[in-house]
Write a protein that binds this ligand. Structure first.
Ligand code: HEC
Length: 128
């Protein structure tokens, strides 16, 4: 193409911009099905007492304490590799022995509400 240099520079910048959008969305967590804002309001009512508002946990319960979602080391543990699936299973089935309520199994939350909570926890989560 025989384009003037400024035009080429602009085209180049546009291409780079388009590429960076594609690559950031690839790197980000998979698009959540739920709404993080709705999830936050449920979380603030039902979860903060044990998980803290920022998700840093550390509250001793049952045989352990609540996990710290604000450090990458937590998310590096193999059991959390498929993050959304792990969160979904934890909120649905809980772990009574370790102090986590089976929210869906006990009828306190609907599956759709769990999706909102997952979206909110993904906002709190620091993975790097
Ligand atoms: C009574 C205290 C308590 C409440 C309330 C509570 N949790 Fe938990 N939760 C725990 C404990 C304790 C664990 C850790 C269990 C374990 O060690 O396996 C846990 C674990 C989890 C996990 C697994 C996380 C991980 O990274 O391993 C998720 C997800 C979770 N809770 C979400 C929620 C959500 C969402 C709510 C609110 C709807 C909630 N919890 C309310 C005590 C609580």
């Amino acid at each position: 193409m025989n384009l003037p240099t400024p035009t080429r520079a602009i085209l180049g910048a546009l291409a780079l911009l388009a590429f960076s959008f594609v690559s950031t969305s690839d790197a980000a967590a998979p698009a959540a099905k739920g709404s993080a804002a709705t999830g936050k309001s449920i979380y603030d009512q039902k979860c903060v007492s044990c998980h803290k508002a920022d998700g840093s946990g550390g509250v001793p319960l049952g045989t352990g304490k609540t996990p710290n979602w604000t450090v990458p080391a937590t998310w590096a543990e193999p059991k959390r590799k498929d993050r959304d699936a792990y969160l979904r299973a934890s909120i649905t089935h809980g772990n009574i022995a370790k102090g986590m309520v089976p929210f869906v199994k006990s009828g306190q939350l609907k599956p759709a509400e769990v999706e909102h909570l997952i979206a909110h926890i993904n906002v709190l989560a620091k993975t790097k």
